[in-house]
Design a protein around this ligand. Structure first.
Ligand code: F6R
Length: 366
């Protein structure tokens, strides 16, 4: 049932070219600009007129929500807030009937996320669900939604569910943007074409496996890791750090790269590995400066870069090259090597990657 893979997590990481395709299937046509999301269509007017979108989720799903904040604000120009479901539900939040709440959950059973959406519903907000498990409690409690269709995820560490969530949220942002007229037809077609190329690019990123295993060998015994990214890669940094902590038990923190100078830079010395996601996008030059700051303090740099980058390889101890893609789609590609890195480090440390200690696949207690 693991399809020849040693662990479910590895199988699920390698399934991503396929699962991402499954998340898009039937929802867009190659070359065109016609998007087809049934759940969106039913609430189109609500989305068009929404004064705000609030995203509630936990863990990795919350990270997908952060990517969606960038996507929706970029493409659809609606203000987005991303909330930990557990905080949102207990703080007497301001919610109105013109708000749309998007609940993101792989399992569809996370107690805090369910309670957060019930609260928002009681205040009149429209609830849109993004779930993987069909017929789950959260899916049933929403007004409308879109399934991620990633297939069953068995490994406790979420991998293919994350990329499926980001894919569906991208389509949703494109749908809203198209209806609101905040995205041009040219841009839309460009994104449709590039989305179609994503599975192949993910496939290519997966070929880095052996290379990443070597990097894992080098760092398997360190006590700490830092992950840095900006823009669309900031949530990816958080996700990379979470993956590492939960399955390898190495302490890791993700940070927006520019925040480093406000504290975490004090941690950097010759023993600190720093994973920097530094793909060629609008924040590239700034990330290069952040890498210089780390290097000046002798931090050990592992950089995820765009193929063909010649600047960063001269500065980093290890370089992981991923294929170029549109800036807004970058998380779908840049997260892949981070999933593999955490996997290999955990395996080398003898950890139970599919069932890490203290964790459960669905957190049905608050
Ligand atoms: C991380 C992980 C957890 C879940 C979180 C939310 O790898 O598995 O952080 O992402 O418990 O779960 P769902 O998405 O089922 O609501």
């Amino acid at each position: 049932e693991k399809g020849g893979y040693e662990h479910f997590m590895l199988k699920e990481i390698f399934e991503q070219p396929r699962s991402i395709l499954d998340s898009m299937r039937g929802r867009l046509e190659l070359g065109g600009s016609h998007l087809n999301m049934a759940g969106f269509r039913a609430y189109e007017q609500k989305f068009v007129n929404a004064q705000r979108i609030i995203i509630v989720a936990c863990g990795t799903s919350w990270h997908a929500g952060l990517v969606a904040e960038y996507l929706i604000e970029d493409l659809a120009r609606i203000p987005v807030e991303v909330e930990y479901a557990s905080e949102f539900r207990y703080r007497n939040p301001v919610i109105s009937e013109r708000d749309i709440v998007i609940a993101i959950s792989q399992s569809g059973e996370t107690a805090d996320t369910l309670a957060a959406l019930e609260l928002a519903k009681s205040k009149g907000a429209t609830i849109f669900g993004i779930c993987n498990v069909v017929g789950s409690s959260i899916a049933r409690a929403t007004d409308a939604g879109a399934y991620t269709h990633a297939g069953p995820e068995i490994g406790v560490a979420s991998t293919k569910a994350f990329t499926a969530q980001v894919t569906v949220l991208t389509l949703l942002a494109m749908c809203i943007g198209q209806r609101r007229g905040t995205i041009t037809d040219v841009k839309l077609r460009e994104l449709v074409t590039e989305l179609h190329n994503i599975p192949t690019k993910v496939e290519k990123a997966l070929k880095l496996d052996a290379e990443i295993q070597q990097i894992a060998e080098t760092f398997k015994d360190v006590p700490n890791f830092l992950y840095l990214g900006r823009g669309y890669n900031f949530p990816v940094a958080l996700e990379g750090a979470l993956k590492l902590k939960e399955i390898s038990y190495i302490h890791a923190e993700g940070y927006p790269a520019a925040e480093m100078k406000h504290g975490p830079i004090a941690l950097i010395d010759e023993n600190m590995p720093v994973v920097v996601i530094a793909t060629k996008d609008s924040s590239y030059e700034k990330v290069v400066s952040n890498i210089q700051e780390v290097k000046a303090r002798k931090g050990r740099i592992i950089a995820v870069v765009t193929e063909g980058d010649t600047t960063i390889p001269a500065m980093a101890e290890f370089v992981i090259e991923v294929p170029p893609t549109s800036e807004v789609l970058v998380p779908l590609v840049s997260v892949i090597p981070l999933q593999l890195l955490s996997y290999h480090i955990a395996v080398l440390r003898g950890c139970n990657v599919d069932q890490p200690r203290n964790l459960a696949k669905s957190v049905t207690v608050e």
